[in-house]
Design a protein around this ligand. Structure first.
Ligand code: NAD
Length: 361
């Protein structure tokens, strides 16, 4: 633990964008406990993207109440002058970038907001870092949607409750070498590709210690899950409220790999402690934490004792993955101290507990 250092030495400041969101808030709590002075910025844009159900002010209030020394800045990532000024003032020792328009499906209705936040906003932050703290590790939350729908071209087999890869090359999941172009991404996937490649470029071209974490399903009790983003959080909320959950296509056997936000923060910490340059990692729960929608129903029902009310819509979401789980071997090879520590059932149980505290019966 380094904590605040005395004299003229710089304080160890962490800047987190999107600090009121699922991953941002977990980062704030994790790094504050490690002795960082944590500054977050967020403008509750999630409520603009998804309406009142996406509101993250409760999480901002939680951070301000519970995380010692946490400082909230009300700032829009698209405000270039504001971002340059904040990074120049703080000169953070590390940056974790989680602010985004995060929904694959929502992007088509708001293309300028989506690209402005995900692509141009990321460039604002990268350039601010290059000007003010180019030596500071920069962790960017990317997404598995950068692979477009190309994972759907892998041969599959149908099992009782899920699809699975039927190709030994992908027995451990999708590796970082998987191609990212010439497939359908959604506008969200395209704006995240732009950001992902730009983050790599600031590593490769300028030598900055950057990495992209291409997330599978990142989840946990602090998610403000809505139908268009945060499937597990939303599914559990529907279960507890007796609300209908709509399954879109693939017989409900589509597979996602789920990682608890705590394990995401633990990986960011590993990277910041021993950074590399221009790296890319597929970060998800891996095969061990994967489940289909049908399997998620069963686990949730087992934990809550409530039936999952659902309907089936024949048409799948455009470009939706049939099976996706991350090959975690590169992460573990580069950072052998890191592994998944929270299992799927535990994660779903924590999500259920969190919703019980928030929704009225
Ligand atoms: N949750 C997942 O399943 C998942 C999967 C893959 C990748 N990711 C990526 O991880 C990152 C974090 O995701 P999350 O689930 O925590 O999302 P989230 O929506 O919970 O958090 C994002 C936060 O960023 C804020 N924000 C959005 N636009 C902003 C702007 N213009 N200025 C300032 N703040 C802004 C929002 O208000 C929100 O609080 C995103 O980059 C997302 O694409 C998430």
């Amino acid at each position: 633990m380094m904590g605040r250092v005395s004299g003229t030495a710089r304080r160890r400041i962490l800047l987190v964008t999107g600090s009121s969101g699922l991953i941002g808030s977990e980062m704030c709590a994790h790094f504050a406990a490690e002795g960082y002075e944590v500054h977050g910025f967020d403008n509750n844009q999630r409520a603009v993207f998804f309406g009142p159900a996406g509101d993250t002010r409760w999480n901002q209030a939680r951070l301000e109440r519970d995380v010692p020394g946490f400082v909230h800045h009300e700032l829009d990532l698209r405000d270039r002058a504001g971002v340059l000024a904040l990074v120049s003032k703080l000169r953070p020792a590390a940056i974790v970038h989680t602010a985004a328009q995060p929904s694959h499906d929502r992007a088509a209705a708001i293309p300028f907001d989506d690209f402005g936040t995900n692509a141009v906003g990321t460039l604002n932050l990268l350039e601010a870092a290059r000007r003010s703290c180019p030596e500071s590790p920069f962790v960017h939350m990317s997404t598995n949607k950068v692979y477009g729908d190309r994972p759907n071209t892998i041969r599959l087999k149908e099992l009782d409750s899920r699809w699975d890869y039927d190709d030994p090359e992908y027995a451990e999941g999708i590796p970082e070498s998987f191609p990212i172009d010439q497939s359908k991404h959604s506008l969200f996937g395209a704006s995240k590709v732009a950001a992902d490649v730009m983050v790599q470029e600031y590593g490769r071209y300028f030598g900055m210690p950057t990495c992209c974490l291409r997330g599978g399903c990142l989840t946990g009790p602090s998610h403000s899950g809505v139908e268009l983003h945060g499937f597990l959080s939303y599914l559990v909320k529907c279960n507890l409220e007796g609300r209908e959950y709509r399954v879109y296509g693939y017989k409900g056997k589509q597979v996602r790999d789920n990682i608890h936000s705590r394990d995401v923060a633990r990986f960011a910490h590993e990277f910041i402690s021993r950074p590399r340059s221009g790296e890319v990692y597929n970060l998800g729960g891996g095969k061990q934490n994967s489940c289909s929608i049908l399997e998620a129903f069963r686990i949730t029902e087992g934990l809550t004792g409530r039936p999952q009310v659902h309907t089936y819509v024949e048409e799948n979401r455009i470009g939706d993955h049939i099976v996706y789980y991350s090959d975690l071997r590169k992460m573990k090879a580069h950072y052998p101290n890191w592994d998944i520590t929270v299992g799927l059932e535990d994660t779903i149980g924590q999500i259920a507990d969190a919703w019980r505290g928030k929704i009225s019966p």
